[in-house]
Write a protein that binds this ligand. Sequence first.
Ligand code: ARG
Length: 457
Amino acid sequence: MALWGGRFSQQSSQLFTLFNDSLPVDYRLVEQDIIGSIAWSQAIASVGIITLDESNQLQQALTQLLNEVQQQPELILASGAEDIHSFVEQALITKVGDLGKKLHTGRSRNDQVATDLKLWCKAQGQHVLGLLTGLRQQLLLVAEREYDAVMPGFTHLQRAQPITFGHWCLAYVEMMERDISRLQDALKRLDTCPLGCGALAGTAYAMDRVALAQSLQFAAPTLNSLDSVSDRDHVVELSATAAISMMHLSRMAEDLIFFNSGEANFIELSDDVTSGSSLMPQKKNPDALELIRGKTGRVYGSLVGILTTMKALPLAYNKDMQEDKEGLFDVMDTWSICLEVAQLVLQGLQVNHEQATLAALQGYANATELADYLVAKGVPFREAHHIVGELVVAAIKQQLAIEALPLSTLQSYSDVITDDVFECLTIESCLAQRQALGGTSPELVKQAIAAKSKLNN
Ligand code: ARG
C-alpha cells in the first residue's frame, strides 16, 4: 500500500507503478533511512509529539528492522514497496502498529531522501578516500623501487627525453593527491543535514535542528528549507570528482597498456590481471587496464546525466530528482572497483630494465643535452637547437646515435665541441642534469618520495 492513498479514488496503473517506483534502486539507502528515522523519532519526542517511551519503542523496532534487513536483504525488494522510505515505514507499522504511523509527523520524503542520500555520500566518500590513499601509497612503493629505472619520456608519443620510472609514478601521485583533496573538499561541503526541512517550507514543529544534525553526525544543519530539499550539488560534485579521477586512472591505464605492448616492452603485467585470447595462444591482453579506460566513459555519462537532470528544475522538489541515484551509485561503484584494480595492477607490475633503458638510448632522446652543452660553451640556444637538428639528420642517415658519431664529425657542426661531449651525452648525465625542483634526476625523485612518504606518517 502506498503512503498517500487518501486523495485517490482510482488505483495506479501497473505501468505507472513500474515507472514511478524507485525501490529497485534506492533499496541501497536502507541503513541510512533507518538511522535517519531513529534520529527523527528522537526529534519528534523532543517537541512532545510522542512520549520518550514511545520514541524508545520506535527506536527499538527500527534497530530490529535494521538487523533483519542486514541478515535478509531480500526482504526489501520482496516487499514491493514504492520506495525505501515506504518500505521502512510500512515495516515499522507492521512491528509496532499505530505508533508507527506517528513517525512521519512533520517529516516529508523530500527532506528524508535528501538526508539519506547525503549520509550515503558521506560513507561512500570515506570509502573511496581510503582507496585513493591506498593507490597513492602503492604508486609510492613502485616509485621507491624504480626511482632510477631509466625509460624514455614521450611527447606526441615520440621519444622525447629520458626519465625514470619512479618519476613517472610520482606524476600520478600528484594527480591522486589532487583527487584526494577534491574529494575531501566535496565531503566537507555536503556535510550539512536537511532533515527537519519538511516538504519545502520547513517543519511546523520547533525542534532543535542543530541537535538533530549532530545526532546524525553532520557538521551542521542546512539553512534554507527550499534549498535543502532541492539541492543535489553533492551528487554533481562527487560525480565530477569521480570523472576527473577516472580521467587520471584512464591515462595511467593508457600509459601502462603502451608500456606493456610488444612495441615498447618496458613493463610486464602480472598474469593475475591479464587474460588470453580464445584464438591466438600467444596473447596476454591488458584487460584490467582496458576496462579501467573503458569504464571512464560511463562515469562521464553519469556526470552529464545528473547535470542535465538538474538543469532548469524549478524549486523545490520535483520527481525528476529521483533520477539522481542510479547514476551516482554506478559512479561510486565503478570508481571504487577501478581504484582497487589499478592498485592490483601496480602490485604485480615488473619493469623490464634492459628494454626500457635501450629504448631511452635510442630515438635521440639526448639531443636536448647536446644543445645545452653548446649553450654552456657560449652558443645561443636557438642556434644550438639548429646545429643539433642538422646533426641528428646526419646521424639518422647513418643509423647511429649522436654519441656514436666520431668527434671529428661532431666538430664539423660546431667547433666548440671537444671530447668532454661524450660524458654529457650519457643517459646518467641527461638524468642528473634535471636537478631543479620537479625534475627527473634520480636524486630528486628519491627526495620527493621521501618527502611524500613522510606526509603519510
Ligand atoms: N523516491 C523519491 C526520490 O528518490 C523520494 C521522494 C519522494 N517525494 C515526493 N514528493 N514524491 O526522490
